[in-house]
Design a protein. Structure first.
Length: 608
């Protein structure tokens, strides 16, 4: 993986390929390359380790006015980041770019011993396999691609061109997204629709098991079994403005600051304050289906998992006789877990493309369990494969670290829980306080961000040189602490782990010394006094404690305290998470790191 672009038309292909790859930069990558063909099929291949800016430097000496080409940003899976391992890969007449993993590449490589492989990649093996069926242009390219893919195990989104036919691109997908942009006298290809913005709004989303032959004026789609597929052209909903920084230095800060609006979009038309009720149409479950739910499985990775865990603590508070199990997708897909028949699974994913989450969705569907997507990316694979769903509508999330999606995912799942509770006849006086707070949340988020942006910036300066951090919370503040720790470690590279306060004495307390600081979330409520005692225990051992609380009473002599003044009580941890987001951002900034594209990470993890 990571980003694919392609072009065939009347304009300069290099221009689109480079600008398209730039749009996909946010997904994280370590090398890049493009190839174009002139009218006679003569290729110009330029690859580099590093960033698109390095690629542009090399391209300055290789400017061409070719009208067809493919390009790629690579996030290393097989073989280190290097120019040789970068895509496009050339084998014989074939050039290929590939996202995904070819699982049986070693076996295939043995059978293709006549080829002199240059890279360590699985993708080059696929290029050779296609070339072996192409036989120098004896057969149509699409036939060679199909024959090769039939022997391939694994996941792929690919774009292939041949020097023998500089007028067509063949693309195919199985588990790795591909979008075809339909323009006037040009057809564009990308692994993410954002690369197409500004060129066309008309897109065809390829499905798994489909292969398309693309020319400047045509798109012909078939299945691998040669059945024709009629292409469905859809409108891309994202606007160009939504994928720009809008005056902010980083997408991350923009996305943190956007949360009042992005959450409003999640709530739009879904909250009926007067009646103390929520209305979620998307899941498509009848009242009687909702009443029968006894078990919820929430599936996600990373931040999406944390959002699920947070929601589960709330759902248990108001949805009677419903057990909630929150699972990490990469683990769950291989567990032999029994899911009772009266269950519903919530499949949580910002990108809607995460390979492990998608695999769980497919496994769960096989068991006949209803699946509901809590997804952001419209038209993504998970959104299309679930039985029903609630889009969170936060708009494009460009920064690798997820922020606005977390807040909206958690709230959307709490709303799903409220929908179940309503159907089960839980009294409005129990549900109304949650509904009221949900409706007030966007405004309260705005207040907290406005008040604490500057103070947190200063605070982060003082902690940037630590190597370790412990995040602490209990009850709803515990998943919030987990999310805070994830944010800090992924963008500031400070080793941060979260513990439930109650677990401290069972081991982690031994860590407390001058190399660590502690970031403690202490909301008011039933467990407030216990959390305060836990903070005291850390202080007694010389801890360097920052406390985030909404209690006026908090008066322990910690190093720093952030007091949120708000009438939000039940959902206070969601406000506290904003402080953790800002803290992670400003710590990374103070360390001079690449906040939007942290090292080693990719935005959308489409491989296992
Ligand atoms: C962390 C982060 C990741 C994602 C995870 C799942 O900031 O962004 O942990 O949350 O990779 O991604 P989606 O939600 O796209 O399935």
């Amino acid at each position: 993986m990571c980003g694919i672009v392609g072009y065939v038309g009347d304009k300069n292909a290099q221009d689109f390929l480079v600008s398209g790859l730039k749009r996909l930069e946010y997904r994280g990558y370590d090398s890049a390359g493009i190839v174009t063909l002139d009218a006679s099929g003569k290729p110009t291949l330029v690859k580099t380790k590093g960033k698109i800016i390095d690629l542009e430097e090399k391209l300055a000496q290789n400017k061409r006015d070719d009208k067809i080409g493919i390009g790629h940003t690579r996030w290393a899976t097989h073989g280190e980041p290097s120019e040789t391992n970068a895509h496009p890969h050339q084998v014989g007449d074939i050039f290929l770019v590939h996202n995904g993993i070819i699982e049986n590449y070693k076996e295939l490589k043995k059978a293709l011993s006549k080829y002199d492989f240059k890279s360590e990649t699985d993708s080059e093996v696929l290029a050779a396999l296609i070339d072996s069926f192409y036989e120098g242009g004896k057969y149509p390219l699409v036939n060679a691609v199909v024959q090769a893919l039939k022997l391939t195990k694994g996941t792929y989104g690919i774009a292939v061109i041949s020097t023998k036919n500089p007028e067509e691109v063949v693309v195919a997908r199985a588990g790795s997204p591909l979008v075809i942009g339909v323009g006037h006298g040009e057809t564009l290809i990308a692994s993410d629709a954002s690369a197409l913005l500004g060129h066309t709004k008309q897109a065809i989303y390829l499905n798994d098991g489909e292969v398309a032959t693309i020319t400047k004026n045509s798109v012909e789609i078939k299945t691998l079994n040669a059945e024709p597929v009629s292409a469905k052209v859809e409108e891309i909903e994202t606007s160009l403005a939504a994928i720009q920084k809008d005056g902010y230095d980083h997408f991350l800060l923009k996305e943190i600051m956007e949360q009042p609006e992005s959450l409003k979009e999640t709530l739009r038309g879904r909250v009926k304050i007067k009646d103390g009720m929520v209305m979620l149409g998307g899941p498509g479950l009848s009242e009687s289906e909702l009443r029968k739910i006894k078990h919820l499985v929430i599936v996600g990775c990373g931040t999406a998992y944390n959002a699920g865990l947070l929601a589960s603590y709330y759902i248990e508070q108001f949805a009677p006789e419903v057990t909630v199990e929150v699972v990490i997708a990469s683990e769950y897909r291989y567990r032999q877990a029994y899911i009772p028949k009266d269950s519903v699974a919530l499949i949580v994913s910002q990108s809607g493309e995460t390979a492990d989450t998608l695999a769980c969705l497919r496994e769960i569907k096989k068991q006949g369990i209803k699946t509901i997507g809590i997804v952001n990316a419209i038209g993504s694979t998970i959104a299309r494969e679930v039985d029903g769903g609630t889009y969170v509508h936060v708009g494009p999330e460009i920064s690798v670290a997820s922020t606005k999606a977390f807040t909206s995912q958690a709230v959307a799942m709490i709303m799903f829980g409220l929908t179940i509770a309503q159907a089960k006849g839980v009294r409005t006086n129990i549900l109304r306080p949650f509904v009221n707070e949900i409706s007030k949340l966007p405004e309260k988020i705005r207040e907290v961000l406005d008040e604490f942006n500057e103070p947190v910036k200063k605070l982060a300066e003082n902690y940037k040189d630590y190597d370790h951090a412990i995040y602490l919370g209990r009850d709803t503040a515990y998943p919030t602490a987990m999310e805070g720790a994830l944010k800090l470690k992924e963008i500031s590279y400070i080793d941060a782990n979260a513990y439930a306060f109650g677990e401290l004495k069972h081991g982690p307390l031994a860590l407390v010394d001058d190399r660590f600081f502690e970031f403690a979330l202490v909301p008011e409520g039933e467990l407030y006094d216990k959390a305060v005692s836990n903070v005291q225990e850390v202080l007694a051992r010389g801890g360097h404690v920052i406390v985030v609380t909404n209690s006026k009473e908090f008066d322990l002599p910690v190093e720093n305290v952030i007091k949120i003044k708000s009438d939000i009580e039940l959902l206070a941890p969601i406000l506290m998470n904003l402080i953790a987001q800002l803290f992670a951002y400003y710590t990374a900034l103070a360390k001079g790191l690449d906040v939007d594209q942290p090292r080693n990470l990719a935005k959308s993890v489409t491989v296992e």
